[in-house]
Design a protein around this ligand. Structure first.
Ligand code: PGA
Length: 251
């Protein structure tokens, strides 16, 4: 698994309008972060302008979703190719909020992953159990199912990178991250399921497994230091420039 510079991905969800997005992007882009790769994922409407601000920095741009077809009569959807044109390098797919509110299925996440890769975007595939699935003892099953269904049958070339974000659904936005040992155990399950569907060279070179769910400037370093963890996906703590910069600098 790739574990050089940790990757820190900000998911701004539908929480910032255009002026706030640009203000936050400007504040972050003025800084240099030699020890981390930083990606920001604003809403679609701000991508273009945020991308122009980032041109002078090393921070990368990501979208929060894309469609599974490249082009056509799909009113309201956004093509992975258009995201690439606008300067995106990454796209979040299968976030639990989309699975919950928009009924995204593993099959849709799979099709979107294929499309993202074909448009040269790095997919950030979110997997994670809900609280009731956890209580039923189905956590590992969910992690394996979501990971395998998203990726099985996709021919990954060596230059195609994929990020899997383990986000326990019940922890997102709660202010209380899970225990480090639990994150590590979940990441091992995910990693193991990748070995079932890809050659080990692909798992080692192409994949990064990251953690998301109430990451902040206090706990980020401990997560990054876990053996099978290459970065973090951050929601709430990335919405304020001071806290987000502190979080990146804590790594
Ligand atoms: P959170 O969100 O950091 O606010 O828990 C993470 C996410 O939903 O990606």
């Amino acid at each position: 698994m790739v574990k050089n510079k940790p990757i820190i991905i900000a998911n701004w969800k539908m929480k910032l309008g255009i002026p706030e997005t640009l203000e936050l992007t400007k504040a972050i882009s003025k800084k240099k972060f030699p020890k981390a790769e930083v990606v920001i994922c604003p809403s679609f409407v701000s991508l273009s302008e945020a991308g122009s601000i980032l041109k002078r920095s090393e921070i990368k741009l990501g979208a929060q979703d894309c469609f599974w077809e490249s082009q056509g009569a799909y009113t309201g959807e956004v093509s992975a190719y258009y995201l690439r044109e606008i300067g995106c390098d990454y796209v979040i797919l299968g976030h639990s909020e989309r699975r919950k509110y928009l009924n995204e299925t593993d099959e849709m996440v799979h099709q979107k992953t294929r499309m993202a890769l074909s448009a040269n975007l790095t997919p950030i595939i979110c997997v994670g159990e809900t609280f009731s699935q956890r209580q039923e003892g189905a956590k590992d099953y969910i992690l394996i199912k979501q990971t395998v269904k998203a990726l099985e049958g996709i021919d990954l070339q060596l230059d195609k990178k994929v990020i899997i974000a383990y986000e326990p659904v019940w922890v997102i936005g709660s202010g209380q991250a899970i225990a480090l040992s639990e994150a590590e155990a979940a990441h091992q399950v995910i990693r193991q399921s990748l070995f079932d569907i890809f050659p080990s060279s692909i798992v080692e070179n192409n994949f990064r497994i990251i953690y998301g769910g109430s990451v902040d400037s206090e706990n980020v370093k401990e997560f990054i230091n876990l053996e099978n963890t290459s970065g973090v996906l951050v929601g709430g703590a990335s919405l304020n420039s001071e806290e987000f910069i502190k979080l990146i600098e804590a790594v």
